[in-house]
Design a protein around this ligand. Structure first.
Ligand code: 15L
Length: 268
């Protein structure tokens, strides 16, 4: 197991799908794991601190980062939503988090970005891990904002960030698209720990994906932070291809990397 130099780590969004996975996995990488969410966090384990907070509340977020060595920021909205939900959670929330990092002297953030920052690239192209944004909706746009905020806070204030453009992190791939975009929970843990512990990351953009046979992203920069995925969607391919039809080639969800997200968003 990788030894972490962290005394206190903060995990935001700790009650969410990936937050719950990381909650039990990150405890081994720090002395104290501070957990935050607007949703119920349950009962604290011996090395956990529970700190419910609304990311849109600047004072609450400032207090949340007090005494923290590094932040794994999984908090906020994680699907396409109306602007009224995206704005407080993902735009104001990201700003409050970076301001709190600056004011508390926190040196490292691992930011859960998303493949939906680049969802309007086509599925028949391979793009660089840090390709320019082509968001597929307001959710992807808010994650692009978070990445730009990370760049600003590194250039101006020296707060380092690894932005993780996470593909589809679930227990197993659920459809044909996820054969390309899937990341196992074990690889998620490897990626987050690498992002926390790699030296001199500045602001790096890395894709969160397992070693699947056909990935749409050239994830070469992942090696720079020491992320080497161990899992693959290959063992799931035969069953998914047997049980799900190929999809209409004229469907935007089949043409573009963002899948069904490109059919959502404003005006849809
Ligand atoms: C995401 O960013 C979402 O948070 C997640 O729920 C999945 O839908 C994933 O992208 C995906 O693209 O599969």
């Amino acid at each position: 197991m990788t030894q972490s130099p962290f005394h206190r780590l903060l995990l935001t969004g700790a009650a969410g799908g990936l937050g719950r996975e990381l909650r039990r996995r990150l405890a081994a990488h720090c002395e104290v794991l501070r957990l935050s969410d607007v949703a119920d966090l349950g009962v604290a384990a011996p090395n956990e601190e529970l700190r419910p907070a609304d990311l849109a509340d600047a004072d609450a977020v400032l207090a949340l980062l007090d005494g923290v060595d590094a932040v794994v920021h999984m908090g906020g909205v994680s699907t396409e939503q109306p602007w009224e939900a995206i704005l407080p959670a993902n735009i104001m929330g990201a700003y409050n988090l970076y301001e709190a990092a600056r004011r508390n002297g926190v040196r490292r953030v691992v930011f859960a970005s998303s493949n939906h920052v680049t969802g309007f690239y086509r599925q028949d192209e391979v793009i660089p891990a840090g390709a320019p944004a082509r968001p597929d909706g307001l959710y992807g746009l808010s994650k692009a904002f978070g990445e730009d905020l990370a760049q600003l806070y590194f250039d101006r204030h020296g707060v380092e960030t690894v932005s993780l453009r996470i593909g589809s992190s679930f227990a197993a791939p659920r459809d044909r698209r996820m054969l390309h975009t899937w990341m196992s929970f074990d690889d998620l843990e490897r990626l987050v720990v690498a992002a926390l512990t790699a030296a001199d990351v500045g602001h790096s953009i890395i894709c969160g994906v397992s070693a699947n046979p056909h990935v749409w992203w050239d994830n070469t920069p992942a090696a720079h932070i020491g992320y080497v995925p161990q899992d693959s969607s290959a063992p799931y391919a035969a069953e998914i291809e047997r049980s799900t039809p190929p999809g209409d080639p004229a469907d935007p969800a089949v043409i573009y990397q963002g899948g069904a997200f490109v059919r959502q968003g404003p005006g849809r």
